[in-house]
Design a protein around this ligand. Structure first.
Ligand code: 13P
Ligand code: SF4
Length: 359
């Protein structure tokens, strides 16, 4: 079983043997059995920064998903090896934008005569190829904790701020929520580019009028929270505060009390008064961990919608995979290395560094 005491002891022994040679990063959506071995936990912004701040570690074991490991590889030195304990831990949202589709989209924007007014902003949850495209075209990466500043920065990059547009990849919800909720834009300022339709399903005129061109991608976990989830929990738990991740749909975010990244969710609960009640709209491993942790402080934490389940790819990293990874490394066998090719890395790094430099 994954909580097998024998596996726990083996993970501990292998990690001890590796000492400072290994640094283990754990995203907040990881299982408890894995998180207990993380040297640092965080949201995707914090983990990208922390990976870059560990030059002495030969191995960075990334307990998270593929795009996070790629970003860590881009931000660390060539000598450092980034390892993903299960190579099948991808992200369905990141897979919704391929390099070919995005290149085709750029052609559509060029034909509509707007490409020179467009600054791309790619969510961290994207492949290294998409990050490289973004870097090449003068854009930046963002995460859920800095999307507002990233959009402000991008609008300032255009020649004429009044006609500048952002191509936001690949999460339409984070793009829309940030534009409307944080920047005060209207829903009409946003159009959705559908990579499965000719010309993205948009006319040249519509593209010219838009301020935000949102890629038609979404998170399969957060996309399942609905307005009814919010209404039901308010009816069920009187006085509840609804706190959701910005990958949720616009109507969910609009009905919530607070919105933010996983790190923000944790900080908010830490600062919450005793006796307060919270419904959290994000991945289940994190919500369960927080419910257990804060029960002692008399804070009641419930899952926003009991029909929503775990992120299946985050969950692929389990204790058996972590033990196998650490033991292999301790024996001198490099497994599951994530390595981005040089050309992609250079442009992707440019985009990631623009994000790290945001005020
Ligand atoms: P955070 O950056 O908020 O941790 O989110 C990452 C993610 O994958 C959310 O689904
Ligand atoms: Fe991707 Fe959603 Fe899972 Fe985050 S929760 S890794 S966005 S599928």
């Amino acid at each position: 079983s994954p909580s097998d005491p024998d596996l726990v002891a083996r993970a501990r022994a292998a990690k001890e043997k590796l000492g400072d040679k290994v640094f283990v990063l754990g995203h907040h959506y990881q299982r408890d059995e894995v998180i207990q071995f993380a040297d640092v936990t965080g949201d995707s912004f914090k983990l990208a920064r922390d990976a870059a701040a560990r030059p002495e570690a030969e191995y960075i074991v990334f307990c998270g998903v593929h795009f996070m490991a790629e970003s860590a590889d881009i931000l660390t030195s060539d000598e450092q090896k980034v390892v993903l304990p299960d190579l099948a831990a991808g992200c369905s949202m990141a897979d919704m934008a391929t390099a070919e589709q995005v290149a085709e989209c750029w052609d559509v924007l060029s034909e509509a005569g707007v490409a020179d007014q467009v600054v791309p902003v790619a969510y961290m949850n994207s492949s290294a190829d998409i990050k490289a495209f973004t870097g090449k075209h003068g854009g930046t990466i963002c995460t859920s904790s800095n999307a507002e500043r990233a959009l402000e920065w991008a609008f300032e990059q255009g020649q004429d701020p009044a006609t500048t547009k952002i191509l936001f990849l690949p999460d339409q919800h984070l793009g829309r929520n940030t534009a409307v909720r944080d920047l005060g834009m209207s829903l009409e300022d946003c159009v959705v580019y559908n990579p499965h339709k000719p010309n993205g399903g948009l006319t040249a005129e519509r593209l010219r009028d838009a301020r935000m061109i949102l890629w038609r991608g979404h998170c399969s976990v957060h996309g399942r929270f609905s307005l009814e989830s919010v209404e039901d929990v308010r009816a069920r738990v009187p006085g509840v505060n609804v706190l959701v991740h910005p990958e949720c749909k616009h109507e969910v975010v609009a009905a919530a009390d607070l919105v933010g990244s996983t790190e923000y969710i944790i900080k908010t609960l830490e600062a919450a008064p005793r006796g307060s009640k919270w419904a959290i709209g994000t991945e289940l491993n994190l919500v369960r961990r927080l419910a257990n942790r804060f029960a002692e402080e008399d804070k009641e934490i419930v899952f926003l919608d009991r029909t929503v389940c775990f992120c299946s790819t985050m969950n692929r990293i389990d204790l058996p995979h972590l033990v196998w990874t650490l033991e292999s490394l301790a024996e001198g066998t490099l497994v599951n290395r994530i390595e981005v090719d040089k050309e992609t890395e250079d442009f992707a790094k440019l985009a990631l560094e623009r994000m790290l430099a945001l005020p």
